[in-house]
Write a protein that binds this ligand. Sequence first.
Ligand code: SF4
Ligand code: SF4
Length: 116
Amino acid sequence: MAASPMVNPGDQPVWVNTDNCKACDICVSVCPSGVLGMRYESTSTLGAMISIDHPEACIGCNECELSCPDFAIFVADRKELKAAGLSFAKLTDDAKERQAAVIANNYMSLSEQGAK
Ligand code: SF4
Ligand code: SF4
């Protein structure tokens, strides 16, 4: 079967169809675990693109997928992930602090300097 952006490309808890992402920041704002952030991307319409910075911290809450207005971000099915020998993370204080720092950084990845 041909690969589809909606099908998990591998053993990943969360993935993105970058063709659809409009860099609206919504998924970044709702993630409780500091998994997501925006990166500067000069070829993108808004000059930014979603980045999955900490997939290992994804708790599988689905908030990003449910909130994305452009159907651009997807979360693995818990059973599929288990079949691949993986599991979602537990929400930790470090992850919560990272999320707060990303929001304070105007939703930009912490590796990016300055505000958008
Ligand atoms: S909510 Fe969707 S369109 Fe907006 S930044 Fe996230 S992936 Fe991109
Ligand atoms: S499923 Fe939840 S924890 Fe994982 S990236 Fe999406 S919002 Fe963040």
